[in-house]
Design a protein around this ligand. Structure first.
Ligand code: 8YV
Length: 321
């Protein structure tokens, strides 16, 4: 019998995913879920044919260059691929895949949670109740912003953005969006396209980010684009921290130009800027957009489908390099 391919799995994955890995591969699992730095990762990859990493492991060009010869495919357990230098992988002949689609619903759910949490001051309320500080009630107490019927500005109407648009319609929101291209009418479903980001920002009561981290989107939300937003806007980011200049967002939250923000992603995760802890009008989550049991299973199976295809000599469905 031919030797089964060896797959290095960098983090602990759901039981059903690990069971399939062990059934079909010579799987090097990480039952303790210990974090691998670059050196440990490269050591663990010795003799492996494939790596199934998460977004928590970086593959810049210098790491790609040092990968053991035998590693032929990086089958990511993530939709984002900004932790992998795709050009370097391609140059070295290492195939790269991701897990699109399967996390759209979970990420859209978290987006709505962030939107509602920021608008309805969920974080402030929760802290007050837990700390025993809830001593009174009045009509003026903890008044937030209503979500229903407002205008949402979706920046990036891709896979997740489209599901967010659907969920926002459930709140009777008017959906506006900006993307590189206008969508066909049957997908747009009445959403209003804005050719420029500034034009979208000028009308949105809620701005929500759904673009990938690319050289073009890095720092897209900065003091100039914030100035183009309506006063008192609510800002939501469940995409990537790098698309926001955090100094500028913090200043806008302090001045209340931005009334409140809901953030699931940050610069330098998980060692985020300490200032976030003291900002009242922000609802914070620790990058859990896709963290549901159902979605974690689906991500693992999707990554495995890509591996299976590759080792069966077929083109992996989600090849990105
Ligand atoms: C994942 C994500 O939890 O898939 C992505 O790109 O950002 C997250 O939702 C994580 O990256 C899994 O590796």
């Amino acid at each position: 019998m031919a030797k089964r391919p060896t797959v290095l799995v960098t983090r602990k994955l759901p039981a059903a995913v690990e069971a399939r890995l062990e059934r079909d591969y010579d799987a090097r699992l990480n039952p303790d879920d210990s974090e691998l730095d670059t050196e440990a990762l490269l050591r663990a990859a010795e003799g492996a044919d494939a790596i199934m990493p998460c977004h928590s492991e970086g593959f810049p060009a210098e790491v790609i260059a040092r990968l053991p010869e035998g590693v032929k495919i990086i089958a990511n357990f993530s939709v984002g691929t900004d932790h992998v230098d795709l050009a370097a992988a391609k140059k070295r002949g290492v195939v790269v895949t991701n897990t699109p689609e399967v996390l759209n619903d979970a990420t859209a759910e978290v987006t709505m949670l962030l939107m509602l949490g920021a608008a309805r001051r969920a974080s402030e309320g929760e802290r007050l109740v837990r700390a025993g500080g809830w001593k009174t009630w009045s009509p003026a107490f903890m008044v937030g912003t209503q979500v229903t019927g407002k205008t949402v500005g979706i920046v990036g109407m891709g896979r997740v953005g489209k599901v967010v648009a659907e969920r926002c319609r459930g709140f009777e929101m008017k959906v506006h969006y900006h993307d590189q291209r206008r969508l066909p009418a049957e997908i747009e479903k009445g959403a209003v396209f804005h050719e420029t980001l500034e034009s979208l920002l000028a009308v949105a009561d809620f701005v929500t980010m759904h673009c990938p981290n690319t050289p073009e989107t890095r720092g897209l939300i900065n003091k100039d684009t914030i100035a183009a937003m309506k006063d008192g806007v609510i800002f939501v980011n469940a995409a990537r921290g790098t698309i926001v200049v955090e100094d500028d967002l913090i200043a806008a939250l302090k001045s209340r130009k931005i009334k409140a923000a809901g953030l699931d992603v940050f610069q330098n995760e998980p060692f985020i800027d300490e200032r976030w802890a003291d900002i009242e009008n922000v609802f914070l989550l620790p990058h859990v957009g896709s963290a549901t049991a159902e979605t974690r299973d689906a991500m693992g199976f999707r990554a495995l489908d890509n591996l299976d295809a590759y080792f069966a000599g077929r083109e992996p469905g989600d090849r990105v390099a």
